[in-house]
Design a protein around this ligand. Structure first.
Ligand SMILES: Nc1ncnc2c1ncn2[C@@H]1O[C@H](COP(=O)(O)OP(=O)(O)OP(=O)(O)O)[C@@H](O)[C@H]1O
Ligand SMILES: [Mg+2]
Length: 386
């Protein structure tokens, strides 16, 4: 079964064709990172307009790269929640229209499910040698934003037979969420831990701002941390159970920087980085990254104590690309427990994970959506999705 997945929940316009939920036939992404680097964050109206400009070429490219015509596509899966209202609207309206036009069943997918199902994606044999002739993607904003089109390539690493075993724990670490999910089986999600304030990705982004590192903050912090040492002690939040809190960690970095620079807390935070040396920036990045990773892994440890029956762990969302998190998870978590991370290119938003989630929804008996009625839900929880 070939599914076209469409993703526009935030600032990536993405479409992909995936076979049987695991094999990537194409994966086209136009990122708006270059637009928002200028502003240091996403501007929702600009994001929606950019999606509108590139969504059809992105879908065309996904079909072309997969060597598929519309006749080859069995279903369309689209992100309908959660995310930015305008961004979700562009993706869902496009999917609804295409489903009606081409008479395809339509499946509405929750964005966090998609992040989780990125862990089921094996690497497709990307045999398409005609990429040079592939339709090129227009820029999101004329000449301002150069095209960032990533196509998934590579040799096979993991196949369906090696996919995560249930019950499992899913640690979702992204720009808008930090949750521990308990999955008894496909498409059965229970939230057993969640952040009470900021998401960990958001915290990476905010700390990067304090340190004067470019947007998005996660990769910038990770890069700077490679040159630094964990020299500044930062506190762990005291949150009961499996919940998280990251706003205090961000403030702790702010206070530590002010203290290091001997500047008062009234000093404007946006100016602090002008007083930091590159060595200090690297050391703060390393100290913060280490603490953030420790906080995440401690809660996973606790979740494993409460759920000893768990057979595997999957890590999902943009922050799952973090190499320190990958290294420390493999070092600290029980060796006998398989830990899955998506291919780094599949950690962030993409259409392949939407197609994979759609496939497992279909396998779980979820009904298709009426394309005339499909709605968007900018804030709905994964549990409400069933
Ligand atoms: N290597 C990395 N280390 C740490 N954080 C990273 C890394 N790469 C990306 N991130 C962070 O991941 C986040 C983006 O992830 P993602 O695209 O999943 O978030 P989102 O789609 O905006 O939010 P959500 O998925 O919660 O709706 C950003 O906060 C970014 O800084
Ligand atoms: Mg995301």
């Amino acid at each position: 079964m070939k599914i076209l997945g469409i993703e526009t929940s935030c600032d990536e316009t993405a479409a992909a064709v995936v076979k049987d939920g695991v094999k990537i036939l194409s994966n086209a992404v136009v990122s708006q990172i270059d637009i928002f680097a200028e502003y240091g964050g996403v501007i929702p109206e600009v994001a929606a307009r950019s999606h509108l400009e590139v969504i059809l070429p992105v879908i065309d490219k996904a079909l072309f790269d997969a060597k598929c015509s519309w006749d080859d596509i069995d279903a369309i899966a689209v992100t309908h929640a959660p995310g930015l209202l305008g961004s979700l609207l562009i993706g869902t309206l496009t999917a609804r229209t295409l489903a009606i036009l081409h008479c395809k069943p339509l499946y509405a997918v929750h964005h966090l499910k998609s992040h989780v199902y990125a862990n089921w994606l094996g690497v497709g044999e990307f045999e398409n040698t005609s990429l040079r002739n592939a339709p090129s993607l227009p820029s999101s904003r004329g000449s301002i934003a150069p095209v960032v089109a990533r196509c998934h390539k590579g040799s096979s690493e993991r196949y369906f037979s090696n996919s995560p075993l249930f019950p499992l724990l899913a640690l979702v670490v992204s720009g808008g969420h930090t949750q521990i999910l308990y999955m008894r089986g496909h498409n059965r999600f229970e939230i057993i831990g969640t952040t009470r304030d900021d998401a960990v990705g958001e915290c990476f982004d905010k700390v990067a701002k304090i340190l004067g590192l470019p947007y998005p903050g996660g990769p910038s912090i990770a890069k700077a941390a490679m040159e630094g040492v964990d020299k500044y002690p930062l506190p762990h939040p005291n949150v009961a159970g499996l919940d998280f809190s990251f706003s205090g960690l961000k403030t702790a970095v702010l206070r530590a920087v002010q203290k290091e620079l001997k500047l008062p807390i009234s000093h404007p935070s946006h100016d602090l980085h002008n007083h930091l040396s590159p060595e200090q920036v690297a050391d703060f990045a390393a100290s913060f990254q280490k603490t953030a990773v420790e906080i995440l892994l401690k809660k996973i440890d606790k979740a494993l104590e409460l759920h000893p029956e768990v057979k595997s762990i999957v890590v999902a969302g943009g922050v799952s690309a973090n190499q320190e998190l990958r290294k420390e998870a493999r070092r600290k978590l029980p060796k006998e427990l398989p830990i899955y991370f998506p291919e780094p290119t599949l950690s962030g938003d993409n259409g392949a994970m939407v197609a994979a989630a759609g496939f497992f929804e279909i396998q779980s008996g979820v009904a298709q959506t009426d394309p005339y009625k499909l709605n968007i839900y900018p804030r709905v929880s994964i549990e409400k999705e069933g």
